[in-house]
Design a protein around this ligand. Sequence first.
Ligand code: PLP
Length: 386
Amino acid sequence: MPIPRHALTEAAARLGTPLYVYDAAELDAAAARVQAAFAGAQVFYAVKANPNLHLLRRFAAAGLGFECVSLGELARAQAAGVPVGGVILNGPAKTDAEYAAAARLGATIVVDREEEAALLPPGSRVLVRVNPGAAVSTHDHLATGAARSKFGVTPEQVLPLMERLRDEGHDVLGLHVHIGSAVEREGDFADAFARVLALRPQTGKLGVLNVGGGWLPGADLGTIAAQARQAAAAFGAELWVEPGRYLVASAGWLLTRVVGTKRTGRNFCLVDAGMTEFLRPMLYGASHPLYPLWDALASDVWDVAGPACESGDMIARGVTLPTPQRGHLLLIGEAGAYGASMSSTYLSRPRPAEALWTGSEWQPIRRRESVESLWTLEMADSESGD
Ligand SMILES: *Cc1c(COP(=O)(O)O)cnc(C)c1O
């Protein structure tokens, strides 16, 4: 943990909990690691992993482009300053408003199905997303390159779609393949790339091969990069990549406070963050490292539970912790990706604040939502005609 304990205690006192905290040096280091491993490739940050404008500006300044999947993400890209690396729009069901925004930003659009050929703005720059139908070692909800997943077209559909897009006057740059998120075996990437490479005799030379993201923090980037580079070279194509999690997961933590404990046969440590602030354990069965910021002589096995009235609202089960007490601070690690971005206001719980550690001080980068803001969009009686 690169942020000193006294700084975390101070942040909790000043900004309250639950609080997302990020380490600026680790964000920069992750971007530098990707750029070094994929030297020569264009790197697009997958905004959905963490869309905070302060992170986007930091990555844009480092030379990264943005990969967006919604109108809101395209608007964030614009608000952060469209990076020189450019913008990509992905998604299985894009709206007319998203196409129009992509066209205004000069984004490359990833075509996910045949119908899109007739829907795209005139003269779009496009990639065709191929679903390699590969086995992907991750949670079923995170596998996008398996045959049963909704993304992309089959390898057999790629050629006719490329021809149709060209006939409609679009600029077909090449192919896109993203097999999933939090992929556990590096070999899955090689397998997927091999399936895409089988198309080489039909496609001929391509301008771009975009191999997406999906790498776990700690993944062997050198191996993945070598496989990707080999595939791109076979197509005579420039290599593009779209990491999300890898860039931000290890640079973020969720700081939460112990509300209390109870022993009912199991030991429950109840904290002030749960599924509304941090959905990953409940949604994907994700397990995250926990760092208790207290010392105690005794330790025991604890289930760490959130405050929601949902049985699935557990941060972790069966973890050994020093005996917690009301007021103690618990840090949830590897929380920078798909943490804040998946937080919700379910149970009328305002979304948490976020702060960036610069190495010497805290820079608050998102205010805590107010309780009043929860109903500002709800009609007054006079407006709704009651
Ligand atoms: C989510 C997504 C990514 C990033 O995935 P990570 O697992 O966060 O690296 C990249 N490309 C596409 C198309 C995505 O949907």
